[in-house]
Design a protein around this ligand. Structure first.
Ligand code: FES
Length: 116
């Protein structure tokens, strides 16, 4: 695991998100209420992009496709593939639930660093 400088901190103000590549992996950076989170930009259900996912009232990132909510710190899913009703849960039951990969992130010297 190596730390990689990915972005100037000024490029990710509160509420912003950006996708960067770290060692060939697309990483979604989010500044949520002043905390920088770094997660895979691919939902572990069907590898679809997470960038447009909303953050719910529990601080979880919700996949924009089948609405699995992933804890931003642990990547643990809750309510696996609930959408659309009936079809989503059926699709979700075909495979094992998986965590959204999360990466360590830090701000140092005015830059954002990700460990991957
Ligand atoms: S692609 Fe994300 S929950 Fe299905």
């Amino acid at each position: 695991m190596n730390w990689t400088k990915v972005l100037a901190a000024s490029e990710l103000p509160d509420g912003a998100r950006k996708v960067v590549k770290v060692d060939g992996t697309k990483v979604l950076l989010l500044n949520h209420e002043g905390t920088i989170h770094a997660v895979a930009n691919a939902c572990p259900h069907l590898n679809l992009p997470m960038k447009k996912g909303k953050i719910d009232e529990n601080g979880a990132l919700v996949c924009p496709f089948h609405r699995t909510a992933f804890d931003l710190c642990s990547g643990k899913p809750s309510n696996w593939t609930p959408f659309p009703p009936v079809v989503g849960p059926m699709m979700g039951s075909l495979g094992a639930q998986k965590d959204l990969p999360v990466f360590s992130a830090k701000t140092e010297g005015g830059e954002i660093w990700v460990e991957a």
